[in-house]
Write a protein that binds this ligand. Structure first.
Ligand SMILES: [Zn+2]
Length: 89
């Protein structure tokens, strides 16, 4: 699952086929198809959740105590399936 974080307003949001924008409007992105996505904004940080690990954590949600961890990661600046668009429009 691909997400974006805006370092300006600190919003974190998932993507959809419709373009989404953070609260301050500087970070935006969308899926092009089920795998590929684009984003823009000089404060944008691309994030990923490892889907299998998230599903497992949901299935193992504890009743109390510590939370169930799952894997999230910062996507590399150069990623074939999550491409930063030219910031000049
Ligand atoms: Zn923002």
């Amino acid at each position: 699952m691909k997400l974006l974080m805006c370092l300006q307003c600190h919003d974190i949001f998932n993507l959809s086929l419709e373009e989404k924008t953070c609260g301050c409007g500087l970070t935006r992105g969308k899926y092009i198809d089920q795998l590929n996505a684009t984003y823009s904004g000089k404060h944008a940080i691309p994030l990923g959740f490892t889907n299998t690990s998230l599903i497992k954590a949901i299935q193992n949600q504890p009743t109390n105590g510590l939370g169930e961890p799952f894997t999230a990661f910062v996507i590399p600046k150069e990623c074939a399936t999550f491409v930063k668009e030219d910031e000049v429009k």
